[in-house]
Design a protein around this ligand. Structure first.
Ligand SMILES: [Fe+2]
Ligand SMILES: [Fe+2]
Length: 242
């Protein structure tokens, strides 16, 4: 698990975040698919369903999220956050593009329906901006372990490049969401909800992700420990801002 407190983004202002997302957009990854190995049937069965599900999750248009962001900005006058969130959604959509390129390389089609993705989308609608950001961050924390495992699963140069980029982007996202939760108010009640949600999501994602996670060196205990460890760090960031 990486330490979030040591990262420079921990002291970012909204203006710094805006620059961070704009700079990232100037330097998007161009994965190199020229040395991809043939995959065995077992590897394909392990990899593709989860990559399809994450590719779907990362391609959200963020319409409902941006409605809540707009309401928050109208209340607080924080227009920079609106701009940050537009760039943030764009960055997430790039993650979807990388995964789509990987799937295309093996002629694997997009997934039309993902039960897991549908659950996350429904959950996010419950609790205005704070609920949206909390569920989003929970999914991003799961993604950190998943992409780390995925990179270690197969000897694929492109997948390793993509997963490394995901980690580079997602670690700051957790700090960004933590700071937002802090501004929205993050107390003991929110902490209990966040831990309960994380534990439920760990349990619900273990079955569909377990083959990749096990191949990547995790077991249920280490997966849960890492997710809860990132959550604890994010909650400390939120509480420092509250
Ligand atoms: Fe992402
Ligand atoms: Fe993210």
């Amino acid at each position: 698990m990486y330490c979030l407190y040591d990262r420079e983004e921990i002291s970012y202002t909204q203006e710094d975040w805006l620059k961070h997302f704009e700079d990232n957009d100037d330097n998007r990854l161009q994965p190199d698919f020229s040395n991809e190995p043939d995959l065995s049937e077992a590897q394909a069965l392990m990899l593709f369903p989860t990559i399809q599900a994450f590719q779907m999750g990362e391609r959200s248009d963020g319409v409902h999220l941006m409605k809540e962001v707009r309401k928050y900005a109208n209340r607080t006058g924080d227009e920079t956050y609106v701009e940050c969130m537009k760039w943030f959604i764009r960055e997430e959509n790039w993650h979807s593009v990388y995964l789509k390129q990987y799937l295309d390389c093996y002629q694997v089609p997009d997934m039309e329906v993902s039960v897991l993705d549908q659950c996350f989308r429904e959950l996010r609608r419950f609790g205005r901006l704070k609920g949206e950001v909390l569920v989003l961050a929970t999914a991003e924390i799961v993604a950190l372990s998943y992409y780390r495992a995925l990179a270690a699963c197969v000897e694929s140069p492109a997948l390793k490049q993509i997963c490394r980029q995901m980690l580079l982007d997602e670690l700051p996202h957790i700090i960004f969401q933590g700071q937002t939760l802090g501004r929205l108010g993050f107390g003991r009640c929110e902490e209990l909800i966040a831990v309960g949600l994380m534990e439920s999501v760990i349990a619900a994602t273990w079955i569909p992700l377990r083959k990749v996670l096990l191949a990547g060196g995790y077991n249920l205990t280490s997966y849960a420990k890492e997710c809860l460890g990132y959550l604890k760090q994010m909650m400390a960031i939120a509480q420092a801002k509250s």
